[in-house]
Design a protein around this ligand. Structure first.
Ligand code: SF4
Length: 293
């Protein structure tokens, strides 16, 4: 297989074959992110992609039903090229049901609803989207390259194309004292655009990131662990997404808890509230150092 530099995928795709279609990140400017700092952006040749598909077929057979496209992100490619890649995948794996990828709102803008519908017809039907927050001021500080109005517009486009998406959020991304505003704006965005999954990760100030500089010169103040867990509780209470999956089991979270919003909401909230009682105060009132995601 051809993998270049760091390769990232959502924890729920841990057992899914990964097909590299781009290298690095086409943006690579988010304040908090150091994921692809050492992997320049590049586009994989179609013949290289085809070699990898042959290898995946030799390992998993032609009945493979799920595959994930890496790296950040496939939507940086023109629609026509993505459709060519999807057609290749469908040719190698006629029983493919789910093609997923981590994508950005910024690149989603380049694709029309019609193109997205065509991609969906070729089973490209699960987008993990790094939304992080619906709070404009945090989006700006984190240099996401989009506004919250862009997020509404692009997520509605996905709704129209009937493509499922997982909203990837960062707890604590707005910084100390901004949690309430962050939860309010983020919950409003999600309640209106209806993700099939809400996935939360605790904000890590990663070595080498611009966020590290902002923190060190006092422009970004991190929340404590207690504030992170409290923000997660407030967010869950504000969501009206019965049936959507809540994934809170990322390795960087202090409490690992997941389930379906609606039937499992009480259980999830109970576990998070219990953590606030059980974890010693000196830990809850501290800021744990977290390494890169
Ligand atoms: S968060 Fe995603 S879009 Fe932003 S720099 Fe990192 S990989 Fe690129």
């Amino acid at each position: 297989m051809h993998y270049t530099g760091e390769v990232y995928r959502h924890p729920l795709e841990a057992k899914t074959p990964l097909l590299e279609v781009t290298t690095g990140c086409s943006w690579c400017k988010c304040t908090f992110c150091a994921m692809y700092l050492h992997s320049p952006f590049a586009i994989s040749d179609l013949n290289v992609i085809e070699e990898d598909l042959q290898e995946i077929k030799s390992i998993y057979g032609e009945n493979l039903s799920r595959i994930s496209l890496v790296n950040g992100d496939v939507l940086s490619l023109p629609s026509e090229r993505i459709i060519k890649i999807l057609e290749l995948i469908n040719r190698y794996f006629p029983n493919i049901k789910v093609i997923s990828a981590q994508v950005s709102i910024r690149n989603l803008k380049h694709h029309t609803t019609e193109s997205l519908k065509q991609m969906k017809s070729l089973h490209f039907n699960l987008f993990y989207i790094g939304i992080e927050t619906g709070y404009d001021s945090a989006l700006q500080i984190m240099n996401k390259g989009v506004t919250n109005a862009d997020q509404y517009e692009q997520l509605h486009k996905l709704n129209e194309a009937e493509i499922d998406f997982a909203a990837l959020l960062m707890i604590g991304i707005a910084g100390k004292g901004k949690s309430e505003d962050n939860v309010k704006a983020t919950a409003k965005l999600l309640n209106e655009t209806k993700p099939t999954m809400v996935s939360v990760i605790t904000t890590a100030v990663v070595k080498g990131s611009k966020l590290e500089q902002l923190r060190d010169n006092g422009e970004f103040v991190e929340q404590t662990e207690r504030e992170h867990i409290s923000e997660e509780i407030a967010l869950i209470k504000s969501l009206h997404l019965d049936g959507s999956i809540f994934f809170g089991s990322h390795a960087l979270n202090m409490v690992h808890i997941s389930g379906r919003l609606g039937p499992d909401t009480e259980k999830i909230l109970y576990r998070l509230n219990a953590a606030l009682k059980e974890i010693p105060d000196n830990i809850l009132d501290s800021i744990l150092q977290r390494s890169n995601v």
